[in-house]
Design a protein around this ligand. Sequence first.
Ligand SMILES: CC(C)(COP(=O)(O)OP(=O)(O)OC[C@H]1O[C@@H](n2cnc3c(N)ncnc32)[C@H](O)[C@@H]1OP(=O)(O)O)[C@@H](O)C(=O)NCCC(=O)NCCS
Length: 164
Amino acid sequence: MNIRGLNFEFTETSSHVELAAAMHQQCFSKPWDEASFHSAMNIPGTVLVLASEKSVPVAFLVYRYSEPEAEILTLGVLPAVRQRSIAGALLDQGRLYLQERDVDTLWLEVSSRNKAALCLYKSQGFKETGRRKGYYQDGGKKEDAIIMKQIFSTSNLRIDKRKT
Ligand SMILES: CC(C)(COP(=O)(O)OP(=O)(O)OC[C@H]1O[C@@H](n2cnc3c(N)ncnc32)[C@H](O)[C@@H]1OP(=O)(O)O)[C@@H](O)C(=O)NCCC(=O)NCCS
């Protein structure tokens, strides 16, 4: 499907783990390697979404669903194309895919120090439901994990299904 110049590809197989691992490395200080992607994709209900612009992959999203709930496992946009609403578009498309599979609640966990991700999730309508104190270790520093949830409703949909 093509939205705002972005093309989205969904897979529940390991077909793109090499590419996903290479992109993950550009987005995280502790990246998932190919083996991690293989392990994740081997669990039923795990979906990898790749967003491409002019045929160049620019972002990825991995989530796992078991209706009526799903959880985001990882999400990243390549540094050169950030703050252009690509992550928002990826989450919009991911939500449509989940709604078609009778999922109505999406969960995630994010570090309290990840300002960009917190801005993204708040602007997407996620609400904080809890915290795990000192859950992440970054060098010598401990960071809280913020647990967030979104319950889907038609108002969460920024993209009209008929246009996809
Ligand atoms: C977090 C991340 C996915 C955001 O991707 P993005 O494509 O730049 O996000 P968007 O452009 O869709 O921005 C969505 C919202 O967040 C805001 N935002 C994004 N990055 C921001 C930043 N660095 N500072 C302040 N606000 C920011 C945008 O202004 C936008 O707000 P709006 O909807 O009110 O206009 C990207 O920064 C990234 O890949 N980071 C590294 C990996 C990571 O942390 N993943 C999340 C793990 S939980």
